[in-house]
Ligand binder design. Structure first.
Ligand code: XMP
Length: 510
């Protein structure tokens, strides 16, 4: 793999993604990993990420110079660039001046920046600067605040840049990364969904042998793709369980039952637990309490289903749709259940007596989608918007009951239908519709007064749900959704648009 050494900035994940977009497999490792351990992974190249703004900052992580005692190609970015310069005998000037945001790079040839415009917008965020490049390095670019903004040593296969090629604000950043990977490090773009499937199928077969496996399907992309992959590997040894908690959107349970099973041939056990969930949720208005009840009941229901199944066929393994960001955020491998306790009710209890199979734990969401498509899952499933485990319960502001769920389901369906009809599904990350069940306002419809509820439209765009912005949907589309909802859903007489980014808002209202 290409190792991305994480110096503590939020950029490491982005770099790893960009490398994979260049069809080269990458992994993130912490900067505290000893060099010997990095080398033991047999890295095809090493990328040093950004981090604190200065190598002189107190507590700034150091870079072990023995990294450069061997021939692995190295690319330094921002902090990694400075650390690399320092370790190789260059000079980093403690200037105290800062350069943040968009700036113009003037490139002077070289391989990394070959055939790029001479004046190129790049994204900077640094305090100190490299003043003198290490011996053997050619300086190939500068900016107003950084006399040495890029350097390269083609013989040693090392290069670095002061700016951030991985962010979208750096135009041509992806090309620069590719120049490093292909032209300087000499790597081939061979990492494809096909390879992933083959590798994973072999691994799963080896891990499972002839044992039985269970998987909880949430209806979401991750568990669907994980199950499809495991099914490809071991076929009938897999049984899936889908808990219908009564908080799903219109058509959702049916989609899993029919489309998914039809596409994959997976054996599915559907548990109808709506009465139980709604019983426990009756009268509850506090968001955290709702989440806790749903989490708890989900686990109980799943465990009961697993026990029943286990009586028929002894189950030894549990499939989880854990993704790479989950693994990284939890500190690189252990305790993945933790971060998911809030965010993935579709995820499962860790005190179950099963060994885990996590075939997606090296992948990002977009890669999982590509894999799903490759595995032949229906398009609607693969490109489905994320839907939270607690379902519509956290989109009803106020207590949850069947009537309110029906109202929200009807409004939500209209919003989804119209979004799809407008062809904008893929431009929107997610489109929650939220029912303000305890709020009423006066309206007029036909000749009469109405006293109904508002719904909130919350379309957002995002890369990873950590941050988000409200989607600028066309007014015509919003108007159409509004008109249809107020016409077709009797209890709703007002439609409002949420124009809050995240932060400060979250995507969901609860
Ligand atoms: P927030 O509301 O925190 O949501 O901005 C970020 C993303 O996570 C989803 N979400 C959840 N997903 N279980 C899940 O599986 C949950 O408990 C949960 N809460 C929020 C949300 O829909 C958005 O995509």
């Amino acid at each position: 793999p290409v190792l991305v050494v994480d110096f503590g900035a939020q950029y490491a994940q982005l770099i790893a993604r960009r490398v994979r977009e260049a069809r080269v497999y990458s992994e993130i490792v912490p900067h505290s990993m000893p060099v010997a351990e990095m080398l033991a992974k047999d890295p095809a190249a090493i990328i040093l990420s950004g981090g604190p703004s200065s190598v002189y900052e107190p507590g700034a992580p150091s870079l072990d110079p023995t990294l450069f005692d061997n021939e692995v190609p190295v690319f330094g970015i921002c902090y990694g660039f400075q650390a690399m310069a320092q370790a190789l005998g260059g000079t980093v000037a403690h200037t105290g001046s800062r350069e943040y945001g968009r700036t113009l790079l003037s490139a002077q040839g070289g391989t990394l920046l070959r055939e790029l415009p001479a004046d190129l917008p790049v994204w900077m965020s640094h305090g100190d600067s490299v003043a003198v490049a290490p011996q053997g390095f050619a300086v190939t670019a500068s900016t107003p605040g950084a006399p040495v903004a890029a350097f390269e040593d083609l013989t040693a296969r090392r290069a670095g840049v002061q700016f951030h090629p991985e962010v979208a604000h750096t135009e041509q950043g992806q090309r620069m990364l590719e120049r490093f990977l292909y032209d300087i490090a000499g790597l081939e773009p061979t990492w494809t969904p096909d390879n992933i499937i083959e590798d994973q199928v072999a691994l799963i077969r080896e891990q499972v042998g002839d044992k039985q496996v269970i998987c909880g399907l949430s209806g979401g992309v991750d568990s669907a793709v994980a199950a499809a992959l495991v099914h490809k590997a071991i076929g009938d040894q897999l049984t899936c369980v889908f808990v219908d908690h009564g908080l799903l959107r219109a058509g959702e349970a049916e989609q899993v039952e029919k489309d998914y099973v039809a596409a994959t041939g997976i054996r599915l056990k559907v548990v109808d637990a709506a009465d139980v969930f709604l019983g426990h949720l009756a009268g509850v208005t506090d968001p955290e309490q709702k989440r806790k009840i749903i989490g708890r009941e989900f686990i109980r229901t799943f465990e009961a289903a697993a026990r029943e199944l286990d009586a028929e066929r002894h189950i030894e393994f549990l499939v989880q749709g854990t993704l790479y960001p989950d693994v990284v955020e939890s500190g690189g491998g252990t305790g993945t259940a933790n971060i998911k306790s809030h965010h993935n009710v579709g995820g499962l209890p860790d005190d179950l007596q099963f060994a885990l199979i996590e075939p997606l734990r090296t992948l990002f969401k977009d890669e999982v989608r590509a894999l799903g498509a490759e595995l032949g899952l229906p398009d609607e499933m693969v490109h489905r918007h994320p839907f939270p485990g607690p379902g519509l319960a956290i989109r009803i502001i106020g207590a949850v009951d069947r009537d309110r769920l029906d109202i929200l389901r009807a409004a939500d369906l209209i919003a989804r239908e119209e979004l799809t009809a407008s062809g904008l599904d893929r431009d929107v990350w997610q489109f929650p519709v939220v029912l303000l069940a305890d709020v009423r306002s006066v309206g007029v419809q036909g000749d009469g007064r109405t006293y109904g509820h508002p719904v909130v439209l919350r379309p957002v765009s995002s890369e990873d749900a950590m941050t988000a912005d409200w989607s600028r949907l066309p007014y015509d589309l919003i108007a159409k959704i509004s008109t249809r909802i107020t016409n077709e859903v009797r209890e709703i007489n007002r439609v409002v648009l949420d124009v809050t980014s995240k932060p400060p808002g979250t995507i969901e209202w609860e």
